[in-house]
Design a protein around this ligand. Structure first.
Ligand SMILES: NC(=O)c1ccc[n+]([C@@H]2O[C@H](COP(=O)([O-])OP(=O)(O)OC[C@H]3O[C@@H](n4cnc5c(N)ncnc54)[C@H](O)[C@@H]3O)[C@@H](O)[C@H]2O)c1
Length: 355
């Protein structure tokens, strides 16, 4: 594959597709094609890149020789098919999370034969926040990590109707709209980002014990609460939920998401802002050192992680060394979610599957 700045094609111009288009525009990266079957979505997308060719069918976009890299921004249940065809068409791929709909598809994705230099990046953009990079750099300061608490509570727009929402109940297609959109509940939604963050900072889990909860009639979880023993021995308390308590969290806007890692010599605390408003609040990261009995706070800048994600993807496609969430990282999250759900269904502790 040639090492040059890729020309992008964006598949799916809904809410995250438009966030990608905005980020690509701000990063000064070229978008030459956009695909979405909905005319209004295509027209709205055109506002970002007026010269882009618009396709009704994503297969037409993949056949376009001017497209070097594809951003998959459709609903999660479509990711795998598009990813497979995009890889076969020799495109670089940035695939929205979750990488696929389940661990079975993710295993198939890992078997895809990439060409030399061909990149598949998973869209876990929270890694690109400078505060996340700082947290990772500080890991060396806290001695041996012993335990961590990870929370991903999503709120800020919900009221009590969320406990009796038809969108979470199986409909005419036999599954709920939520399952069609996200492939599952809160583990797939915001929870997947924090599973990736946990893996990035602490490695893979060895065992998983999880409980889930949802109102009667729902086919996806509103709450997931789990205990992970990581391969390193670190014990992680994890919880993901949708909440109607709309002023929770560090910024009191209902977005209550953080990771806190305690080691033999100190602690790191990292909390994240509302996912689509990163320019309103910067993530907060701070380090406690027992040797000095004091806290150090890093002044994190206000940055758009989606823009940093696009810039990193372009760098990797150009062949420049740059860390990025890989296909394998996407697989790990998908397998992890499956294992949580299997643990909850069986009431037992699961070993993290080999792959
Ligand atoms: N990284 C993040 O923080 C983040 C945040 C939100 C959503 N997401 C992920 O982004 C994905 C999309 O979510 P969304 O909120 O944008 O959904 P959405 O429903 O707003 O948008 C999906 C778009 O895909 C289009 N589409 C449907 N069929 C298509 C086809 N055959 N070809 C091309 N386009 C097609 C739809 O018309 C729609 O415009 C999901 O996988 C979700 O998990 C990620």
């Amino acid at each position: 594959m040639p090492h040059s700045t890729p020309r992008f094609g964006v598949i799916g111009a809904g809410s995250i597709g438009r966030i990608h288009l905005e980020a690509l525009r701000t990063a000064g990266l070229p978008v030459v094609a956009i695909a979405d079957p909905v005319p209004a979505a295509r027209e709205k997308a055109r506002e970002f890149f007026p010269d882009a060719v618009l396709y009704e069918d994503w297969r037409g976009l993949l056949a376009d020789a001017k497209v070097d890299a594809v951003n998959i921004c459709t609903i999660s249940s479509m990711h795998f098919e598009i990813l497979r065809e995009a890889v076969a068409a020799s495109k670089h791929v940035l695939c929205e999370k979750t990488l696929t709909a389940d661990g079975g598809q993710a295993r198939e994705a890992l078997k895809l034969k990439l060409k030399p230099g061909q990149i598949v990046q998973s869209a876990y953009m929270k890694r690109f926040f400078p505060a996340s990079v700082q947290a990772k750099a500080w890991l060396a300061e806290i001695g041996r990590p012993l335990c961590a608490t990870v929370r991903s509570f999503q709120g800020g727009w919900c009221d009590e109707k969320m406990f009796n929402d038809p969108g979470w109940k199986p409909g005419a297609k036999g599954v709920s709209n939520i399952r069609i959109f996200a492939s599952g509940g809160m583990l797939h939604m915001a929870g997947s980002h924090m599973l990736d963050m946990t893996a990035w900072l602490l490695g893979e889990p060895a065992t998983i014990a999880c409980e889930t909860w949802a109102p009667d009639g729902y086919d996806a979880e509103l709450h997931a609460h789990a205990l992970f023993k990581m391969r390193s021995g670190v014990i992680v308390h994890f919880e993901a939920a949708l909440t109607n308590l709309n002023r929770l969290g560090a910024y009191q806007n209902g977005w209550d998401e953080f990771i806190e890692i305690t080691g033999t010599k100190g602690r790191i605390e990292l909390c994240f802002p509302l996912w689509n408003k990163p320019l309103d609040n910067a993530p907060r990261v701070r380090l406690y050192r027992e040797a000095q009995k004091s806290w150090q706070e890093s002044s994190a800048p206000l940055v758009n992680p989606f823009q940093l994600e696009m810039e990193a993807f372009a760098r990797v496609c150009r062949g420049e060394p740059s860390e990025f969430p890989s296909l394998r990282d996407g697989l790990v999250v998908d397998l992890w979610i499956d294992a949580c759900l299997q643990s909850a269904a069986s009431g037992g502790r699961m070993a993290f599957p080999s792959y």
